[in-house]
Every structure is written in structure tokens, then in C-alpha cells.
Write a protein that binds this ligand. Structure first.
Ligand code: URA
Length: 223
């Protein structure tokens, strides 16, 4: 179904702290990424491009401050980013696919990593790696993972990040599903979700339908 001009004119639809970035370029790139026959290289390139477009929307409210500069003709007050550098935190391993595109936008951002695996008996996420800047409390933190599926890893990662004093957190994913959004918002109602799509449902193996398959495998070509 074709989108009307009116539907296209709003690049982000926001409801209940969930922001769907429905810009035509984001939607076009996502459609190519979903296709089974899209190659690993193409997928990776598109993820880098889409993360820039999504990051651009997500970073709309970054604080700025006035700074006096000299143009070749006169003195003026320009705007520059203010405050401590942003911190991007990747949930390993698929979150890494978002980092390069976001760093293209904010090259001096700090980058943290959280690694979690699911204990096969208890199904509880267990942390195996965590490295983040010390002063998260003073930074805007953007946690990235392409798929918000069950929500378990995103919830556990944000729990750990809050343990490190972060208060200003946003969650960025490519595709979410109603089950993951519900679980995440119950655990972290203060953390807005930014996504390119809300897909229909989770399947019994924890994959999002229609989705893109295993995001890590598609980024790294491991299948
Ligand atoms: N993780 C993925 O990589 N894909 C899904 O569909 C769900 C979780």
C-alpha cells in the first residue's frame, strides 16, 4: 500500500514512549535488509546507513550551547553540542552493527559494551562482559541492539547500566515486537524506545515475525 504525503510528512510516530522512525529512507532500507537474499555486505552497509538516519532522529534533543566564532566576514554565535560526550552502549554481539553509523554522526562519543548469555537452566541472563565509562551519570546513554524480541537481554543490560549510575537512557533497535515492548516498558518505563518497525509477534523460538532472522548472523555472516 502506498503511503500518503501526510503519512510521510512525520518522520517519527511517537506513542507511549515508543518512537517509530518511519522516514521513507529508513523504511526503504529496512525492506531491503529483511530480504533473505540480501548479502552480508549489503546488510552491513544498510545497517550503518540506517543507524545514521535513526541516530539523527534520536539525537534531536541533545543539549547545545552558544559559542562565539569568526566567519570570514564577521563574528557570530553558533551552536555546539554541550555537556559530557554521549555514550553508546552495544549489547553484544549484534549491537555492534549499530556503532559505526552512530559514530559517523558523533565521532567523539564514548562506547561501552555489555555481554549477556542466557543460562540454559534458569533462562536468566548472565553477564559475561561489561565495560562502560565510569561517569555514566553525567552522560546521555544510547543502548543499542537491533532486535527487541523477548526484551530479556535489553532489560538485563539496562539494569546493569543503571547500576553504573546512568539516568538518561534511550534504547535504539531496528525492529521491536509487542511482547518485547511490553516487557521492556514494565521493567524500564523511563527509557524511551526508538525503532524502525514494530513487527507482528515473537515465535516460539524467540524470533520476531516477519523480522530479519538472526541479526548477529546477518551482520557477521556466520550462517
Ligand atoms: N534476535 C535476533 O537476532 N532476531 C530475532 O528475530 C530475535 C532476536
Amino acid at each position: 500500500m502506498n503511503k500518503t504525503m501526510e503519512e510521510r510528512s512525520v518522520s517519527t510516530m511517537s506513542d507511549n514512549n515508543v518512537h517509530v522512525i518511519n522516514h521513507p529512507l529508513v523504511q526503504h532500507k529496512l525492506t531491503i535488509m529483511r530480504k533473505t537474499d540480501t548479502s552480508t555486505k549489503e546488510f552491513r552497509d544498510l545497517l550503518r546507513e540506517i543507524s545514521m538516519l535513526m541516530g539523527y532522529e534520536l539525537m534531536r534533543d541533545l543539549p547545545t550551547e552558544g559559542v562565539k566564532i569568526e566567519t570570514p566576514l564577521e563574528t557570530m554565535e553558533g551552536q555546539q553540542l554541550a555537556g559530557k560526550k554521549l555514550c553508546l552502549i552495544s549489547i553484544l554481539r549484534a549491537g555492534n552493527g549499530f556503532i559505526d553509523g552512530l559514530l559517523d554522526l558523533v565521532p567523539s562519543a564514548r562506547v561501552g559494551h555489555v555481554g549477556l548469555y542466557r543460562d540454559p537452566e534458569t533462562l536468566i541472563p548472565v553477564e559475561y562482559y561489561m565495560k562502560v565509562p565510569e561517569d555514566l551519570g553525567n552522560r546521555q546513554v544510547v543502548v543499542v541492539d537491533p532486535m527487541l524480541a523477548t526484551g530479556n537481554s535489553a532489560i538485563a543490560a539496562v539494569d546493569r547500566i543503571k547500576d553504573h549510575d546512568a539516568v538518561d537512557i534511550k534504547f535504539l533497535c531496528l525492529i521491536a515486537c509487542p511482547e518485547g515492548i511490553k516487557a521492556f516498558q514494565e521493567a524500564h518505563p523511563d527509557v524511551p524506545i526508538y525503532t524502525a518497525a514494530i513487527d507482528r509477534q515473537l515465535n516460539e523460538h524467540g524470533y520476531i515475525l516477519p523480522g530479519i532472522g538472526d541479526a548477529g548472523d546477518r551482520i557477521f555472516g556466520t550462517k
